[in-house]
Design a protein around this ligand. Structure first.
Ligand SMILES: Cc1cc2nc3c(=O)[nH]c(=O)nc-3n(C[C@H](O)[C@H](O)[C@H](O)COP(=O)(O)OP(=O)(O)OC[C@H]3O[C@@H](n4cnc5c(N)ncnc54)[C@H](O)[C@@H]3O)c2cc1C
Length: 242
């Protein structure tokens, strides 16, 4: 890895608020509920560099009003000035834009707030709680950390089979589960699985990125009840349940 430390401090402050325009060059329906776009970066990556889980604020149009939502860069290539975006499809302006996006379409972006602190020591085992919205970030984390083993709780109402999950099935334990009771099912499951699993691994690292309420509840559980140190827990709410 190595590109996480100090990244935000130096470059991002310079760019705070700076806007870029991306252009769609291709689109593919990965599953009926997950769509990938290919884009050129309008010069962004050469200016910002890249880091795992890097995301941008995209400006969608909501009946004439600006509608800003965060999306994660997939396989950013600073030399080519390209990256992908993967959209978990649901109702909403961002999803609607993605559904109909085609080559030549453009979207404005702001780079602000993205950061990644490399866990030290690098965890041999990754505990992750994710869903389709945080799948691109989870994948970039798996690529960057290449954990020997992992436990991944993945909340989705759809089949995981067609999704571009980059785990290694032989070493990474994927535990898909449906979204029930507004995420409470996921919380219960993690709470029942995690304590015993934590004892099996040194320097555990827990990464939590699902809907805001679920993320908050699990983060508080892991920090307060399981007493994991702050620097071994990373969490960010990715979307707000209605
Ligand atoms: C750092 C960061 C990176 C992100 N990266 C990605 C990414 O790469 N790909 C991606 O798909 N999403 C990503 N998200 C999540 C995305 O920003 C939100 O899902 C956002 O709300 C989508 O905007 P929208 O306009 O489509 O829907 P909104 O107008 O925000 O919401 C419309 C309705 O859809 C519901 N909704 C919103 N998001 C979801 C969801 N994920 N699942 C189910 N229902 C939902 C809301 O509760 C509401 O009822 C990221 C979020 C963060 C914070």
């Amino acid at each position: 890895m190595g590109q996480g430390h100090g990244w935000e401090g130096a470059v991002l402050r310079l760019l705070r608020g700076k806007d870029f325009t991306f252009t769609v060059t291709g689109a593919e329906d990965v599953t009926p509920h997950y769509r990938r776009l290919h884009l050129t970066d309008g010069g962004m990556l050469a200016a910002t560099g890249v880091h795992p889980t890097m995301w941008v604020r995209l400006w969608f149009d909501n009946a004439g009003k600006p509608h800003q939502r965060a999306y994660t860069l997939v396989d950013p290539d600073p030399e080519a000035g390209t990256f992908g975006l993967e959209f978990a499809l649901h109702e909403g302006c961002a999803s609607d834009w993605a559904r109909s996006a085609k080559p030549g379409d453009t979207i404005d972006a702001t780079v602000q707030g993205t950061a990644f602190t490399e866990p030290d020591p690098t965890p041999a085992h990754l505990f992750a709680v994710a869903d389709p919205a945080s799948l691109p970030a989870l994948n970039s984390l798996l690529d960057a950390m290449a954990p020997e083993s992992a436990t991944i709780w993945f909340e989705t109402d759809h089949d995981t089979a067609g999704l571009p999950l980059r785990h290694t099935p032989a070493r990474h334990d994927l535990r898909p589960l449906p979204r029930l009771e507004n995420g409470a099912h996921l919380v219960t499951r993690v709470k029942s699985d995690l304590p015993a699993l934590l004892k099996e691994h040194q320097d555990p690292y827990v990464w939590i990125a699902c809907d805001t309420a679920t993320t908050r509840s699990l983060t508080s559980y892991v920090r307060k009840e399981l007493a994991l140190p702050r620097q071994r827990v990373h969490s960010l709410g990715y979307w707000r349940a209605a």
